[in-house]
Design a protein around this ligand. Structure first.
Ligand SMILES: C[S@@+](CC[C@H](N)C(=O)[O-])C[C@H]1O[C@@H](n2cnc3c(N)ncnc32)[C@H](O)[C@@H]1O
Length: 246
């Protein structure tokens, strides 16, 4: 039974329900009516002219970015695609007024499938990304992505395959890191690489951590968390949240 269907039933029963993106709840979701949230969310939609209906994930990301805004350090996103989440963040924070650089890393030509492990292939990661390619989900050219971000200053678009491009990020410190590659090996490499430069109190958001179908991503992140001694909060949105405390 889909979240949408269950949502319809709950609505018929008079409940104010949030039912999107694998998450169904009758808990408060006032942010959906918040004008600042909607403006940011719609800027995300504009980046690729598509609405993924993942408002609660964006709500979490905007909160994380708002915390990171007041800390020393730049912002980094690994896995940008057409720029939904980073555009929403820049809109929300009023990026041009901040003295920060946003590093945006992606192939801008779809997933680097050669980095998927045999186990990930078996678990359907490659099929999922093929379905994405078939429906035009992935950015095909960096030109359109540059066009999307041209209204903002201090944006560094880093095109290429992670982990090779990680060294091109010359930020001394980082207060916000978003990782969304749908592939464990470069995700682990990215977090391990940037970890020493994450500011105390800095926020790291993992898009696939608890998402349905991404168990191997969670297991790989849990192993890194044990090695680096940090804790990951598993969120009902499918995201994982880390705050660097030591
Ligand atoms: C789910 S999408 C990211 C969505 C994005 N965060 C947004 O807000 O719309 C995953 C992205 O990761 C990129 N990607 C996957 N593996 C990569 C790698 N090893 N190096 C660089 N980019 C990669 C893909 O090209 C794709 O754009």
């Amino acid at each position: 039974m889909t979240a949408k269907f269950l949502g319809s039933i709950l609505r018929l029963l008079g409940r104010d329900v949030y039912a999107q993106d694998g998450l169904i709840t009758v808990h408060n979701h006032d942010f959906m009516e918040d004008q600042a949230f909607q403006t940011a969310y719609q800027r995300g939609v504009k980046s690729g002219n598509v609405d993924y209906h993942f408002e609660w994930r964006v709500h979490v990301a905007l909160w994380a970015a708002s915390i990171a805004k007041s800390l020393r350090g730049d912002f980094v996103e690994c896995g940008v695609n057409k720029g939904f989440l980073s555009s929403a963040i820049m809109q929300h924070l009023g990026w041009n007024a901040l003295d920060k650089t946003f590093y945006l890393l992606d192939t801008f030509a779809g997933p680097a499938e050669e980095l998927l492990s045999a186990a990930e292939r078996k678990a359907g990661y490659a099929e999922r990304s093929k379905r994405g390619s078939d429906i035009g989900f992935y950015a095909q050219t960096v030109k359109d992505v540059r066009e999307n971000f041209k209204e903002w200053n201090r944006v560094r678009i880093v095109q290429g395959t992670i982990p090779e491009t990680l060294n091109l990020v010359d930020a001394e410190s980082i207060s916000f890191l978003h990782i969304d590659l749908n592939c464990s090996q470069p995700e682990i490499a990215a977090l391990d690489h940037f970890w020493p430069r994450i500011t105390l109190g800095g926020v790291i958001l993992l898009d696939d951590y608890a998402y349905v179908g991404f168990r191997l991503s969670k297991e790989a992140m849990d192993a890194l968390a044990a090695k680096r001694s940090f804790k990951i909060l598993s969120l009902p949105t499918g995201q994982g949240l880390i705050v660097k405390t030591a």
